[in-house]
Design a protein around this ligand. Structure first.
Ligand code: PMP
Length: 334
């Protein structure tokens, strides 16, 4: 019998999909790692499980304990489902600006939601800091204790990608991988995968694809954390060097505007049948840039982070796109 062991056993070992139009346009082989096929629907299932596994191994998380995190999306969904599968309560602190779809999904996954006003990171009432304090309180109060997942600075996150995503890509390409590129939210995917690939071959080029509004491009291109522009993509963009990003082996950086990324998302759906979210568009645009830089005949891998159904009211809504002066694909209007 061929089977996987529940939710946890179904995380990872995702296929690499050859992206036809991107490969044709560059004369390279451009491959997307299908992270949207993880059981919680995104690349963040890997980080969620890696963080919980690490806490279990360190004896920090007891049966029936609580997992607390400040997150608006995929990490919360991953943590909530890992919690269901392993017998933990999940408590999520979410900025009140987040979409109803995400709040509904988190509740559906069994998470306890605490909505807080959206304020900048430097404000002590920012959702990340509120989640840390709530974890400290629950750790004292709850009979079974609580942990703070701390996805940005907990390096169990990138370790998960170092142990799974990177080696999988190496094995799936028989070591024939010339470049890897993706965007940064926490930096766990880029750093962990990049480190694993570099460990196997120093020649692999690692690149970051950064959306508007994020400071990471400026840091790796010019040594200065500086944000420019805006983006409607979600789950990516960062204003600081998180612990997960520290010492990441990054060779190249690209700033990708939404005008370049969104037509790729729409084309992948219309012509290749892949229903993806906005960050996948930033990633594939980055893969095309890296492929052009490396030259024809090379193999470039990127991440297809999550599916498009999480963004129906924005990315796939003509009225929303028009309100942001972004291009509306023809088939959405029909
Ligand atoms: N894409 C999406 C849709 C995400 O939710 C995230 C995680 N926030 C990322 C990309 C970035 O992944 P990482 O946190 O590993 O940098």
């Amino acid at each position: 019998m061929q089977m996987r062991d529940g939710f946890i056993g179904t995380i990872g070992q995702t296929p690499l999909i050859e992206l036809r139009a991107a490969s044709k346009a560059t004369g390279c082989r451009i491959l997307g790692k299908a992270e949207f096929l993880n059981p919680g629907g995104s690349v963040k299932d890997r980080a969620a499980w890696a963080i919980v596994k690490d806490a279990e191994e360190k004896g920090l998380l007891k049966p029936g304990g609580a997992i607390v995190e400040g997150t608006a999306g995929n990490t919360g969904i991953g943590l909530a489902l890992v919690g269901c599968a392993r017998g933990y309560r999940t408590v999520i602190v979410i900025p009140d600006t987040q979409s109803q779809e995400k709040k509904d999904m988190l509740r559906l996954c069994g998470a306890e939601l605490h909505e807080v006003p959206a304020v900048p990171y430097k404000d002590p009432n920012n959702y990340v800091h509120v989640s840390r304090r709530l974890a400290e309180e629950l750790a004292e109060k709850e009979p079974n204790g609580a942990i703070w997942a701390n996805q940005f600075d907990n390096v169990a996150n990138r370790q998960g990608h170092f142990e799974t995503t990177g080696p999988e890509i190496w094995d799936q390409t028989d070591g024939q991988v010339d470049g890897f590129v993706c965007a940064v939210g926490t930096g766990g995917t880029l750093a962990g995968t990049g480190m694993a690939l570099k460990q196997r071959s120093d020649a692999v080029r690692i690149a970051v694809a950064d959306p508007g509004g994020s400071a990471i491009y400026g840091y790796y291109a010019h040594g200065e954390l500086k944000a420019e522009g805006t983006s409607i993509t979600e789950g990516i963009g960062q204003g600081r060097i998180t612990k997960n990003l520290e010492d990441a082996p990054i060779d190249l950086a690209y700033r990708i505007p939404d005008e370049e990324a969104l037509p790729i998302v729409f084309d992948l759906l219309e012509h290749e049948g892949l229903v993806l979210g906005g960050s996948s568009g930033i990633n594939v645009a980055g893969a095309i840039r890296l492929a052009r830089e490396l030259g024809p005949g090379k193999t470039v891998v990127t991440i297809l982070c999550d599916g498009g159904t999480r963004y129906q009211s924005k990315l796939f809504n003509p009225a929303f796109l028009r309100s942001k002066s972004l291009p509306v694909p023809g088939w959405l209007e029909r």
